[in-house]
Ligand binder design. Structure first.
Ligand SMILES: Cc1ncc(COP(=O)(O)O)c(C=O)c1O
Length: 393
């Protein structure tokens, strides 16, 4: 019998590039199994736990027999009201808990599905380069055309929206912004948002602000919501998450808020994918959002100290980095002409310190590596010390 050729995956799945972190994980596992002590400054997953009250609420709720069934996609009203009161208290933004808030199982899946809910094949998605990978991956999956705008030291890692050609703007379905930013850790004042909202109104597209790091800020800086701009709700949605704000990355808790019409098709997609979140998680989220938030100041201070320790170590290596006012990263120029992946792999082999190569976030990132401040300060110091010894050899 003639052998059949193997079944091929769909082109849209093949269009997705390999996940860098999965490949890195394998390499690190290998190094660790051969006895190397690897310092992981690559993954943006908070190492500190959420406040005890959040975990206790989860446990109490999980002990309720009736809390183990399927849940409504949008969760109980109390959950959406909790997000509404969080936005009101933090950003003075009013949200309708019934139409302008959709809880998500992590903002990542919401970002991914929002793009395919709204963009036809060939439609343009404006994406920062460097930027969080999911914007590009989701655009590719939807058959959309990513159009990259550069974030670099020359423009202060802020978009120059006036440089985007009119022909592109006419075909644009959505613009992605993310401040405090991953990977550059740049922050913005309201100017960027005002310009984005004006452009979106002129050309008719959505502004999607990814506010995953809005609660991790330093030195008195306070991040804004795009929805603080008057009239922003006409064209904006904002994705938020408890992953970084409340140290709950593994819980998978996110939200999209803003324009009700923008959110509706996403809800229609989501309801065909999931059957609501585990009720005890949602109960704990209500506690997280409505309970005391003052603990964050102390947590942010820990990140700030780590930031400063890393910057000091980098300076001694001849790598100048300005202290950022938000996010959990440092965006570091590579001291020679080496490409970021080569540099990062060479450092990992030689020192056991693991960074993220800038190329993972886009072409503009290839002269950079990213440090994640999610390990203890003494480990950051040790990483810098290992780098110093290596540079001297
Ligand atoms: C910019 C940005 N947006 C969204 C996410 C996803 O967060 P979540 O854990 O809510 O899916 C991340 C995670 O690292 C991120 O860096």
């Amino acid at each position: 019998m003639k052998e059949r050729s193997p079944i091929q995956p769909a082109a849209r799945a093949q269009a997705l590039p390999e996940n860098f972190f999965a490949a890195l994980e394998e390499k690190i596992n290998f190094l660790q199994s051969s006895g190397k002590d690897v310092i992981r400054l690559d993954v943006g997953s908070p190492d500190m736990p959420p406040p005890a009250g959040i975990v206790e609420t989860l446990i109490r709720s999980a002990q309720e027999p009736r809390n183990h069934g399927y849940q409504a996609l949008r969760g109980p009203l109390a959950l959406r009201q909790a997000w509404a009161s969080f936005y009101a208290a933090r950003f003075q933004v009013d949200l309708d808990a019934n139409t302008e808030i959709l809880p998500l199982m992590g903002s990542k899946e919401g970002i991914f599905h929002f793009i395919s809910s709204w963009v036809e094949p060939g439609g343009v998605v404006l994406i920062p380069d460097p930027g969080y990978m999911t914007y590009t991956r989701a655009a590719l999956f939807a058959g959309a055309e990513p159009y990259y705008f550069p974030l670099n030291a020359r423009n202060g890692f802020l978009p120059d929206l006036s440089a985007i050609p009119v022909e592109v703007l006419r075909r644009t379905r959505m613009l992605w912004l993310n401040y405090p930013n991953n990977p550059t850790a740049a922050v913005t004042d309201l100017t960027t948002f005002v310009q984005a909202v004006a452009l979106a109104k002129e050309y008719g597209f959505w502004v999607c602000h990814d506010a995953a790091y809005s609660m991790v800020t330093f030195d008195g800086y306070r991040a804004s919501s795009v929805l603080e701009i008057p009239g922003a709700k006409d064209v904006c949605v904002e994705f938020n998450s408890l992953s970084k704000s409340h140290n709950m990355a593994g819980w998978r808790v996110g939200v999209v808020v803003g324009n009700a019409r923008a959110i509706r098709p996403l809800a229609r997609v989501e309801v065909n994918i999931s059957s609501g979140q585990f009720r005890p998680i949602m109960d704990a989220v209500v506690f997280a959002l409505t309970g005391d938030q003052t603990w964050m100041a102390e947590r942010n201070e820990i990140y700030r100290n780590r930031r400063d320790a890393a910057i000091l170590g980098l300076a001694a290596l001849g790598i100048p980095v300005d202290p950022p006012s938000g996010a959990i990263y440092l965006w570091c120029p590579i001291p020679n002409e080496e490409k970021s992946l080569d540099f990062v792999l060479r450092v990992l082999e030689a020192t056991g310190v693991s960074f993220t190569p800038g190329i993972v976030f886009g072409q503009e990132g290839d002269n950079y590596f990213r440090i994640s401040l999610t390990v203890e300060e003494k480990r950051i110091r040790e990483a810098m010390q290992r780098m110093r010894i290596w540079r001297k050899e």
